[in-house]
Structure formats: structure tokens, C-alpha cells
Ligand binder design. Structure first.
Ligand code: DHB
Ligand code: MG
Length: 224
């Protein structure tokens, strides 16, 4: 039923006559053809992120976990003033993403950086703190789940005041609330939820989500 509702609402809330339809479809098709897993944010959630960027007037967004560039293409194509810096660990994914971004005509506004998230974020932070790069107004963390807190904490340090940070996949079909489950990705989710909740730099909340990619949820935080 969740998938059926997404299939019903999306053609109405984002009709295929929209200018980014071909680019988004190409990103999905080319990613699948290149063997990438089908784990990008679903269209409704990706558009929601893009609309949050619009509400916040974001000019510089950061993404950790590019995959095939699908979310980055949503963010940039819905927001003509937005520059996206997106970090990817897997060279094949980064190649596919660059091709998809090129096809979308967004290579001038989406910068794919290949490297390990912790290394790349540490150097981005240095650039922000030394004034070589503007701070970010929005960060989407959607990478290796055990590191979600580490990425989150670095993102806070390079955020503007009142920036938003979203961490994907913190609910995992409800497994997050099962005390018997100690899978590393579940522990990673609990770690970011519990540490963000105590962190005086932010206010946070977890929103549960359902849809074509089943039951999960996101942590949202506003940087004070
Ligand atoms: C997986 C990763 C994701 O970021 C996601 O949104 C869904 C699934 C995964 O690793 O399986
Ligand atoms: Mg995800």
C-alpha cells in the first residue's frame, strides 16, 4: 500500500512535464545499468530535501554518499542557485554519478569529490574554517551508517547558523528500537540519534517514513 500511494501521488505532485524528468530518469536507468544498488532516496523524499533547500534559501549543500548522483540532481535541478558538494568513496559510483550529472547539464553546480568521507569532510572543514569555502546551509548524510555521527559532527562544524542536517536511514524498518539488534548499521543509527540529542550545537528530531522503499526514517537537525 505504501508503494501504491507513492505511485499514485508522485505523477501528480511531480508531473513528467517538469524540466528535470529526463535527467532524473536517466540517472536511475544509467545507475541500474552500471550495477549500482537501488538504494537512492525515493523520489518523494528526494524532492522533499530539494524543497527544504528552497525554503532555507540554501546556496551551498553538502552530501555524503553520492551513489549515482540521483539526490544531488534533485537538489540542484529544483534550486537554480544551489551548488552541491557531494562525497563518494566508491570510484565506480563517482564515475556513474559524474556521467548522470553531465547528462543533466549540472556539472557546473554539482561537484563530486572522490574519497573517504572522514578524510574529505576534514579537509572541507579546514577550507570552511579558513574562509576558502562558504559554510553549508544543508547537509544530507546517506553513506556508511556506522560513521553517521562522525559525518554529522563534522557537518555541524561547517554549517551556517540555522542550517539543516538530515541523516538518512536511522529507523531501518523499526530495528532501531529492538534492543537485541546490535548490527553495526543499527548501532550507527542509535549513536547519531543519541549524540545529536545531547549536542548543544543542534536541535534534532527523528521522522519515520514509509513509501516505495518501505519503512525507514530520517534524523533532522537544525544548527543553532
Ligand atoms: C541502504 C542504504 C541507504 O542509504 C538506503 O537509503 C537504503 C538502503 C543499504 O545500504 O542497504
Ligand atoms: Mg539512504
Amino acid at each position: 500500500l505504501w508503494a501504491a500511494v507513492d505511485a499514485y501521488v508522485m505523477p501528480h505532485s511531480h508531473p513528467s512535464s517538469r524540466p528535470n524528468t529526463a535527467a532524473l530518469q536517466h540517472a536511475l536507468t544509467a545507475s541500474k545499468a552500471a550495477g549500482l544498488p537501488d538504494i537512492s532516496a525515493p523520489p518523494a523524499q528526494a524532492k522533499f530535501l530539494a524543497l527544504q533547500c528552497r525554503l532555507l534559501g540554501v546556496t551551498h549543500a553538502l552530501e555524503v554518499g553520492t551513489l549515482g548522483g540521483y539526490t544531488a540532481i534533485w537538489l540542484a535541478s529544483e534550486n537554480p542557485q544551489l551548488h552541491v558538494t557531494t562525497v563518494e568513496y566508491n570510484p565506480h559510483n563517482a564515475d556513474v554519478a559524474r556521467g548522470n550529472i553531465e547528462f543533466a547539464g549540472l556539472s557546473d553546480r554539482i561537484d563530486v569529490i572522490l574519497g573517504a568521507g572522514l578524510d574529505v569532510l576534514a579537509s572541507l572543514k579546514e577550507e570552511v574554517l579558513t574562509g576558502k569555502r562558504p559554510p553549508f546551509g544543508f547537509t544530507f548524510i546517506d553513506a556508511d551508517k556506522p560513521n553517521s555521527w562522525n559525518y554529522f559532527s563534522l557537518a555541524v562544524d561547517m554549517s551556517k547558523p540555522k542550517a539543516a542536517i538530515c541523516v538518512d536511514n536511522v529507523v531501518c524498518g523499526g530495528k532501531i528500537a529492538d534492543p537485541e539488534n546490535d548490527h553495526p548499521r543499527i548501532l550507527g543509527g542509535r549513536n547519531v540519534i543519541e549524540k545529536a540529542g545531547k549536542d548543544p550545537r543542534v536541535d534534532s528530531v527523528v521522522l519515520q517514513t514509509v513509501g516505495e522503499k518501505n519503512y525507514d526514517g530520517q534524523l533532522w537537525a537544525v544548527v543553532n
